[in-house]
Design a protein around this ligand. Structure first.
Ligand code: KG4
Ligand code: ZN
Length: 346
C-alpha cells in the first residue's frame, strides 16, 4: 500500500521577501515562489517597514496561488499551512500570518507556527542524506547572528547571538559607507575579490574568551572612522578612493567578520562535541565564509562534516518554512487561530 505524502504549504513574510512553497514529506520541493522587494528598498539602503508591509499585501495571494499552481496541487492536497510568525518586522510578519490563518480556517487545515531562525537551520539540513548529531549551527542573516546546539529540527538550543548588529546588517551598513549597491553582502563580497584582506587591521570583537555572543557594531564604526576620520569631521574620503582602496577595505572588513564567525563556531562545536557544523541564513551565501568554515571543519581531528544551505535557500524563502512545518505536523504541534506575531523570538 502506498503511503500518502504530507504536503505542507509554507508562507514567509518576515522581512522583505514574500514567499510561498509546497514541500512534501519535509524534503520534496514541489514549488518555491519568492517575490523579492530588493528594488523597492534599494534607494533607502535598507528595508523600510511600511514599504515592505504594503508590498507583502500586494503580493501575498498571487505568490501563494503561484506556489499551488506550480506544485500542481489544490487545497484538498494540502495537509497543513505553516507560517513564520517570529522573529521579524511586525508589519511584515502580520501579512503572512493573517493569510495563513485565513487559509487554515477556510480550508479547515491545521495551522503551524514556525520560528524563522529555526527554518533557516532547516535549509542547511534539507535534502542531506546523512546528518550526524549533535551539530553546531551558525545562522547569519540580515537580522540575526546566532549559534545553536542542534539535536533535532524541533528543539535547537540557542548558545549565543548578537548583542547589537547582525553580521548581514554590518555588511549592508559597510556597503552603504563604501557606496556599494544594496544589498551589501553580495557587493562587499564582489569588491573584496580583488582586495587584500590584510591591508587594514579592523577589530575582531570576541566579547571575552569562550563567549558565544557576537558584536558587529564596533567593526562597522571602525570602517566609518577609517573613511571619515576619528572625529567624523574629516571629509568623506570614499568618493576620492580608487577601486583598489575600496577593494582593500571590503576584503579587510569581510576577513574580520569571518574570523569572528569561524572562531566562535569552532568554540561552539568544541563545547557541545559537535560531529557536524550547519550553516544557513543570507550571509551563508558568502563564498569566503563557506570556504573558511569548510577549512575549519577539515582541520579538526576527526574532521567535522559541514552542511551548508544551497545558495537559493540561504536567503529568505518558504521552502525552509514548509520543510520544518512537516516535522511539527508529525509531532502534532499545531497553533490555533489566535496565533500572533513576535518581533523577537521567545
Ligand atoms: O536571511 P536573509 O535573506 O534575511 C534575514 O532573515 O535577515 O539575509 C539577508 C542578508 C543581507 O544582510 C545581505 O546583505 C546578506 O544576507 N547577504 C550576504 C551575501 N548575500 C546576502 N552577506 C555576505 N555575502 C553574501 N554573498
Ligand atoms: Zn532570514
Amino acid at each position: 500500500m502506498q503511503v500518502k505524502s504530507v504536503n505542507i504549504l509554507g508562507i514567509e513574510t518576515s522581512c522583505d521577501e514574500t514567499a510561498a512553497a509546497v514541500v512534501a514529506d519535509g524534503k520534496i520541493i514541489k514549488s518555491s515562489v519568492i517575490s523579492s522587494q530588493t528594488k523597492l528598498h534599494e534607494k533607502y539602503g535598507g528595508v523600510v517597514p511600511e514599504i515592505a508591509s504594503r508590498a507583502h499585501i500586494e503580493k501575498i495571494y498571487p505568490v501563494i496561488n503561484e506556489a499551488l499552481a506550480r506544485a500542481k496541487v489544490s487545497e484538498d492536497d494540502i495537509d497543513a499551512v505553516a507560517v513564520a510568525n517570529q522573529p521579524g518586522l511586525t508589519v511584515a510578519l502580520v501579512i503572512g500570518v493573517t493569510a495563513a490563518k485565513t487559509l487554515a480556517f477556510v480550508w479547515e487545515k491545521p495551522l503551524i507556527a514556525i520560528i524563522h531562525l529555526h527554518a533557516h537551520l532547516q535549509s542547511a539540513v534539507l535534502g542531506k542524506k546523512e546528518l550526524q548529531l549533535p551539530a553546531a549551527a551558525l545562522i547569519v542573516s540580515g537580522g540575526h547572528t546566532s549559534l545553536y546546539d542542534y539535536r533535532s529540527p524541533l528543539e535547537p538550543t540557542l548558545l549565543g547571538s548578537t548583542i547589537d548588529d547582525a553580521a548581514g546588517e554590518a555588511f549592508d551598513k559597510v556597503a552603504n559607507i563604501l557606496r556599494l549597491s544594496y544589498p551589501g553582502g553580495p557587493s562587499i563580497e564582489k569588491a573584496a575579490e580583488s582586495g587584500n584582506p590584510k591591508a587594514i587591521k579592523f577589530p575582531r570583537s570576541m566579547l571575552g574568551p569562550g563567549s558565544l555572543d557576537f558584536s558587529f557594531s564596533g567593526i562597522k564604526t571602525a570602517v566609518l572612522y577609517y573613511c571619515r576620520g576619528q572625529d567624523m569631521k574629516g571629509e568623506d574620503k570614499v568618493g576620492s578612493m580608487t577601486s583598489e582602496e575600496i577593494a582593500d577595505i571590503a576584503a579587510s572588513f569581510q576577513a574580520a567578520v569571518i574570523d569572528v564567525l569561524i572562531k566562535k563556531t569552532r568554540w561552539a562545536a568544541e563545547r557541545i562535541g559537535a560531529k557536524t557544523v550547519l550553516l544557513g541564513g543570507g550571509v551563508a551565501a558568502n563564498n569566503q565564509l563557506r570556504a573558511r568554515l569548510q577549512q575549519m571543519c577539515d582541520e579538526t581531528r576527526p574532521p567535522r562534516k559541514l552542511l551548508v544551505a544551497p545558495k537559493q535557500y540561504c536567503t529568505d524563502n518558504a521552502v525552509m518554512v514548509a520543510s520544518l512545518g512537516y516535522y511539527k505536523f508529525k509531532a502534532k504541534l499545531f497553533a490555533d487561530l489566535t496565533l500572533e506575531t513576535k518581533a523577537r523570538s521567545s
